[in-house]
Design a protein around this ligand. Structure first.
Ligand SMILES: *C/C=C(C)/C=C/C=C(C)/C=C/C1=C(C)CCCC1(C)C
Length: 253
């Protein structure tokens, strides 16, 4: 990533996007944790984990924002690099922790049998962790060949996850109560669509995007995708849990 091509306007815009991401993630955590007792005990673990995901993201957005600030200095309306590297590892550590948890949220809110919950959690969570681990060497590589190789490797678990969400969960979704079937389908679709964004953004430097505009597109793009995949998704999980609790006899059931 060549930070020397960033303009003052782009620097400020990206800084604001990180700050917005931090605010949304922190607010979502508070909301989810404070509203947890409104759902039946069987669904509280799903809500706890939803809030944990946004809390982990809030912490990392704070670190990303501080790292971004430290990489530049602004004097008399002109921007220069300080020499401190902008640390990309924060995003990947965040994803490594949160991506498996997001899939576990979805599995928990479906309230499948114990053995199905464990096997789906292990397979989907494991594939998600593998996908992030395989992506990182490509993200920090200097040459296009290495970047592309790790993109291909990381796409294997990614495609497995998409297949499981679109095809593998069909049977379990069909067994869900009617009042939430549409919402659970919506949550699975939201995961597929918001997650598709990441491997596409990852390819930007390989398909001709360069300079400050590309860095802005990648950083702001990842931030918007994170907000949808974590905070919006978390609220959707909460709504599903609430509807199921009501149908099953209220928060005490
Ligand atoms: C909250 C963060 C989320 C939901 C992050 C999701 C990230 C991905 C789906 C990343 C996928 C990647 C590939 C499929 C190939 C290239 C490398 C990655 C890691 C960007």
């Amino acid at each position: 990533m060549d930070l020397s091509t960033i303009s003052l306007g782009q620097y400020t815009f990206i800084q604001n996007a990180f700050s917005f991401g931090l605010a949304v993630m922190a607010a979502a955590s508070l909301f989810l944790w404070l509203s947890r007792s409104n759902v039946a005990p069987a669904y509280r673990m799903a809500i706890t984990i939803s809030g944990l995901v946004t809390a982990i993201a809030a912490y990392h957005y704070l670190q990303i924002m501080l790292s971004w600030e430290a990489a530049f200095s602004v004097t008399n309306n002109s921007i220069s690099e300080t020499g401190y590297p902008f640390n990309q590892a924060y995003r990947y550590v965040d994803w490594l922790l949160t991506v498996p948890l997001l899939l576990i949220e979805l599995i928990l809110v479906m309230r499948l049998s114990r053995s199905e919950t464990v096997s789906k959690g292990v397979w989907l969570g494991g594939a998600a962790a593998l996908m992030i681990i395989l992506g990182y060497p490509g993200e920090v590589a200097e040459d296009a060949g290495t970047r592309f190789t790790f993109w291909v490797l990381s796409m294997i678990p990614f495609i497995y996850i998409v297949y499981q969400l679109v095809v593998g969960l069909k049977g379990s979704i069909a067994k869900q109560p009617e009042n939430v079937r549409g919402l659970i389908n919506g949550a699975a679709t939201l995961v597929v669509i918001s997650w598709l964004f990441y491997p596409i953004v990852f390819l930007f430097p390989l398909i001709g995007f360069t300079g400050g505009g590309a860095i802005t597109a990648v950083e702001v793009g990842y931030t918007i995708a994170d907000i949808v995949a974590k905070a919006v998704f978390g609220i959707l999980i909460f709504t599903i849990a609430l509807r199921k609790s009501e149908a099953e006899g209220g928060a005490q059931a």
